[in-house]
Design a protein around this ligand. Structure first.
Ligand SMILES: CC(C)(COP(=O)(O)OP(=O)(O)OC[C@H]1O[C@@H](n2cnc3c(N)ncnc32)[C@H](O)[C@@H]1OP(=O)(O)O)[C@@H](O)C(=O)NCCC(=O)NCCS
Length: 423
């Protein structure tokens, strides 16, 4: 029987959940279905399934989600997740059919971007997605000294406070910190209510448990919450020869002060806190921005050893003029970009004229300065990748020497984009 791709109504939701659990190599879990029930009923949520008769054998979920772009604007993207195909039906083109339908529908909804987090590198490039943010994980060896003395002075002079709070107080204060964080962090996405509930144990997620979490708030000298930290303790029994080797695992550390220039001191205070908890041998930072300045706060920056991190958010441009006009550029300038899109949504040449205050972007028949596949445009879009690097990797072609450098002058951001949240 032919396999059909269709929207999943309430009656078929259990079959969809079962397939998603199996696809992610988990035994089917009614608790998981229960957790997601209210979320899936919320505005804009869409479930797609591949159905072999009545059996769901492939899954895809999407919903609208804001992402911060260079300049601080928030663009509503089509966030795609829950992508699975059962092992019995893999490599028969089902993902291709679900994704093709999803992207076509996102274009019809006038969504300029689609975003996702890819579990494996080779899956989504063929659908026009490019890696757009990256993360870096560090293990900090606390025995090699804490923060530099002048950083400690700086924290003291700012006269903020660091307080361990309960989950309830954290849940009240942290969203305000996140709102300011997200407005300034290119690549950051919204944190929906369900994610806060999951993080604070209000609605524990049956798979991604956060048992034993500690909650900490940083407040500025006026008492306003400016930093939010959650962590857990691992290896509590790990004492060797009477010396503790306990690990502190940071789940989330974000800052959002009233003024951008006060973010750094709030972050320093939270790093000071985590690196000075008694018994802790190692602080495991979780995913940070690859250019997070925190190692430079340390007496010995090599005490922060990079232990992991990879591509995080993948981005697909669906509407070139809308996407390129939504962001700002680091210099005044213009460029003609030819985009090649295997799915056909963005094929063509575009004249971009941009600057610090915004941009105009229109279709053109003029000769291009550069030609690139749409996945490379996704990689460049948030300003975290260099066009010259993509050119060297054969992912972008210059029509004249120096065209990629001009793209970099316009597109690159002083700080890397970062997306701490999964979805
Ligand atoms: C990833 C997954 C959804 C792919 O589904 P699928 O229906 O097998 O994919 P398709 O048949 O449409 O594959 C399309 C193309 O992508 C390639 N491809 C798909 N998944 C791939 C992977 N994980 N690694 C490398 N290539 C992959 C296929 O080989 C095929 O290439 P071809 O057109 O050159 O033949 C499926 O393997 C799966 O459920 N994996 C486990 C869960 C998972 O990883 N989900 C993704 C979460 S982000």
């Amino acid at each position: 029987m032919a396999i059909r791709i269709k929207d999943v109504d309430r009656a078929a939701r259990s079959a969809w959940h079962r397939a998603a659990d199996l696809g992610f190599l988990r035994p089917p879990s009614p608790e998981n279905e229960e957790f997601w029930r209210p979320v899936f009923s919320s505005r804009g949520h869409r479930l797609k399934g591949a159905f072999d008769g009545e059996r769901c054998v492939g899954t895809l979920r999407s919903f609208p989600m804001e992402i911060t772009v260079p300049g601080g604007g928030a663009v509503e993207a089509d966030a795609i997740t829950g992508v699975t195909v059962l092992p019995t039906h893999r490599r028969q083109g089902l993902l291709t059919r679900m994704m093709t339908t999803e992207l076509t529908e996102a274009v019809a909804r006038d969504q300029a971007l689609a975003i996702l987090i890819s579990v494996e590198w080779p899956i989504y490039g063929r659908f026009g997605f490019g890696p757009a943010t990256f993360s870096a994980e560090f293990d900090v060896d606390c025995a090699r000294g804490g923060l530099r003395a002048e950083v400690v002075d700086w924290i003291d002079r700012a006269a903020g406070t660091v307080e361990i709070v309960d989950a309830e107080e954290y849940a009240k204060a942290a969203p305000e910190v996140h709102a300011r964080f997200r407005a300034r962090q290119v690549g950051a996405v919204e944190r929906p209510e369900w994610r806060w509930q999951m993080m604070t144990g209000q609605r524990p997620h049956p798979v991604h448990k956060r048992e034993g979490a500690f909650y900490v708030l940083h407040r500025d000298s006026s008492g306003r919450p400016t930093g939010a930290l959650t962590y857990r303790i691992e290896d509590k029994e790990n004492w060797i020869g009477g010396v503790p080797q306990v690990r502190l695992k940071v789940d989330d550390l974000i800052v959002g002060a009233e003024r951008a220039r006060d973010d750094a001191v709030a972050a320093a205070a939270l790093w000071q806190y985590v690196t000075s908890v008694d018994w802790i041998g190692t602080v495991s930072t979780g995913g940070r921005s690859p250019d997070d300045p925190f190692p430079l706060l340390l007496e010995d920056a090599r005490a922060a050893r990079r232990v992991g991190g990879e591509d995080m958010l993948w981005l697909r441009v669906l509407d070139v003029p809308a996407a390129l006009e939504a962001r700002t550029y680091q210099a005044e300038g213009e460029v003609i970009i030819r985009v090649e899109d295997p799915q056909g949504h963005c094929n063509g040449s575009y004249h971009l004229e941009g600057g610090l205050d915004g941009a105009t972007c229109t279709r053109t028949t003029q000769e291009p300065d550069i030609t690139l596949p749409v996945d490379s445009l996704g990689t460049l879009y948030l300003g975290g990748e260099s066009a010259r690097r993509l050119q060297a990797a054969g992912r972008l072609a210059e029509e004249w020497t120096g065209a990629a450098a001009r793209i970099d002058t316009l597109f690159n951001e002083a700080r890397l984009p970062w997306s701490p949240d999964g979805f």
